[in-house]
Design a protein around this ligand. Structure first.
Ligand code: UTP
Length: 262
């Protein structure tokens, strides 16, 4: 007799989880490969990151994580080239395998992680409904993990966060230009213009965000944060809507540009 009410309650609780995620959009984090491993796996940073995600999940935020390949992927690509591999598809496949290994490592650090590295974006809703964290690596040769994360944010109507070595988006590449400065707030159109100057899609080459990822962020006007991965308190502040150091890319619903500061 009570089954009917049990089912009713289950439906009711999943409906309320949908409405909660409507209030707080799911946060899709592109985790720079260098946050996970440089010369060796950075257990301390991964543990701090897991702690931040736990804090935010307790406040009702939901996450999807996408692990990058970073230096380790670049080393594998360089080694494969030394061994005579010239095929870009094969080089990308090697790097994708590294991103999936990094994803598997992240899974070990997160209590609420779904236990397998995911390759099917359509499974995300089911996993979030089960209160687990879906974790991906790379998906398709020619992509980057930023593109994977941007596509996921587009599919689930989430926001996109890039955590990398860089503090945010600069007007020029800070590695080469003395006059480069960080832009705290900009439109998607401006992001496209800045990144068009520096983009490359060769295996292992990295820019802060590649043009394909930007195209997705721009066409669906996905709110985007670019933040330094080592400062996890700053990451938590950004997600909670408090003051933070880094870049936010957003467009107002009316299509007017936010005030740009550069
Ligand atoms: P990353 O996305 O990690 O590139 O993918 P990255 O720019 O080095 O980013 P960080 O340093 O982790 O922040 C590493 C490489 O894996 C391949 C590409 O060769 C990419 O350069 N890759 C990744 C794909 O081919 N497809 C994917 O879906 C993801």
């Amino acid at each position: 007799m009570f089954e009917m009410f049990e089912n009713y309650n289950q439906e009711d609780s999943s409906a309320s989880s949908v409405s909660t995620s409507a209030v707080k959009p799911v946060v899709v984090v592109s985790v720079g490969g260098s946050m996970i491993a440089r010369e060796k796996v950075d257990a301390a940073l991964i543990a701090k990151f897991a702690n931040s995600i736990n804090n935010l999940r307790r406040e009702g935020f939901e996450f999807v994580l996408v692990a990058g390949g970073g230096k380790v992927a670049r080393d594998y690509i360089a080694t494969a080239r030394t061994l005579g591999v010239e095929n870009n598809f094969v080089l990308d496949e090697i790097a994708i395998t590294v991103t999936r290994l990094n994803a598997l490592m992240l899974i070990q650090a997160f209590e609420g992680a779904f236990p397998e590295v995911l390759t099917d974006v359509k499974k995300i809703h089911e996993i979030l409904d089960a209160k687990k964290i879906p974790i991906f690596g790379g998906l398709i040769p020619g992509f980057t993990t930023d593109t994977v994360a941007a596509s996921i944010a587009e599919y689930i109507g989430g926001i996109f966060v890039n955590l990398s070595d860089q503090e945010g988006v600069f007007n020029a590449d800070p590695r080469y230009s003395k006059n480069a400065h960080l832009i705290p707030k900009m439109s998607h159109e401006k992001l496209m213009r800045i990144l068009a100057r520096t983009d490359s899609r060769n295996p292992g080459e990295n820019t802060i965000l590649d043009s394909f990822a930007c195209m997705i962020l721009n066409r669906s006007k996905i709110t985007t944060f670019v933040l330094k991965m080592q400062d996890l308190e700053n990451f938590e502040n950004a997600i909670k809507g408090s003051e933070f150091h880094g870049t936010i890319v957003e467009s107002t619903p009316e299509g007017t540009e936010p005030e740009e500061q550069d």
